[in-house]
Ligand binder design. Structure first.
Ligand SMILES: C[S@@+](CC[C@H](N)C(=O)[O-])C[C@H]1O[C@@H](n2cnc3c(N)ncnc32)[C@H](O)[C@@H]1O
Ligand SMILES: [Zn+2]
Length: 274
């Protein structure tokens, strides 16, 4: 069994009754006997009644393809630097809330050698994540009802995923770090232009996300990462398929052939408990 999952028992809580628990023969069982099975793939499912996800397997596979091309390496490196300024106490724990197919959680665990929990609501994401690393505790979990005890996390990452600031504040320690990544105005701009714009609404969403972050943290800092990734038509197609931009939409045949690079423009927001 994944040792990282076993040792995460001390910080887990039942999503139904919010009590602690422990592992017994392949299941996490809480003090009220609610039982959650470990999947043979190597993750723990703490969302008993799954609804079909918005992303789905092929979008996570496309995300993995884009990561394997190194497209987000500059972001991983910057996150590792930011986290390395946080003191690694013996009970340090990093939580990636909305970890998708696990790229950042796995890379950061191997770079920093600290305990990491990666969680996401979609089981298809965790199936891929569990293949990436055996040294991350992978959870199917809902970030609006995190199966983690109060003040159990030293740092929470929330990368291009929905936030729940109430839950982040509950699980973070008093000096804990919250790092959120949101798209900048020119993120994947070439793909947005091929789809015919809608940029004004999206940049308003970015302003609102940043404002919400500032309202929910203290000592907030914002920095930007802005670079281009050279793309083949295949890589461009995976970029398109991995983002919600593509959901329910199609590009005209050959549209991606015209692209030779894609812009990655991100904002990294960091803050502490208010
Ligand atoms: C755009 S993806 C980003 C994934 C990953 N952070 C990355 O950058 O590759 C957004 C992720 O948020 C997850 N998500 C959405 N709502 C969630 C929720 N309520 N609880 C946990 N994860 C959620 C989705 O399943 C998806 O994996
Ligand atoms: Zn319970």
């Amino acid at each position: 069994m994944n040792e990282s999952l076993l040792s995460s028992a001390r910080i887990l809580r039942c999503p139904l009754c919010h009590c602690g628990g422990s592992f017994h023969s392949g299941s996490f069982i809480c003090e009220h006997r609610h039982c959650f099975d470990l999947a043979s793939a190597g993750y723990l499912n703490l969302v008993p009644q799954q609804r079909p996800g918005k992303y789905g397997k092929s979008s996570f596979q496309s995300r993995a393809f884009v990561f394997s091309a190194g497209a987000y390496l500059p972001l991983v490196k910057r996150l590792a630097e930011i986290l390395s300024f946080t003191p690694f106490s013996p009970d340090f724990c990093l939580v990636d809330a909305g970890c998708g197919e696990g790229y950042y959680a796995a890379r950061l665990q191997s770079a920093l050698r600290v305990p990491v929990v990666g969680l996401d609501i979609e089981r298809d994401a965790l199936k891929l994540a569990a293949k990436r690393s055996q040294t991350v505790a992978w959870l199917v979990a809902d970030l609006s009802n995190l199966p983690l005890k109060d003040q159990s996390a030293s740092a929470v990452l929330n990368l291009l995923s929905p936030a729940n600031y109430g839950e982040f504040a509950r699980i973070l320690r008093p000096d804990g770090l919250l790092a959120k990544v949101i798209p900048g105005e020119s993120y994947l701009i070439e793909l947005r232009e091929l789809l015919g714009g809608r940029l004004r609404g999206e940049s308003a969403a970015g302003v609102e996300a940043e404002m919400l972050f500032r309202q929910n943290t203290s000592d907030c800092r914002v920095e930007e990462l802005d670079y281009r990734v050279a793309v083949s038509e295949t890589l461009a197609a995976h970029f398109f398929a991995m983002t919600p931009l593509s959901f329910g939409r199609e590009l005209s045949p050959g549209a991606l052939r015209s692209l030779d690079s894609i812009r990655i423009h991100l904002k990294i927001l960091t803050g502490r408990q208010p």
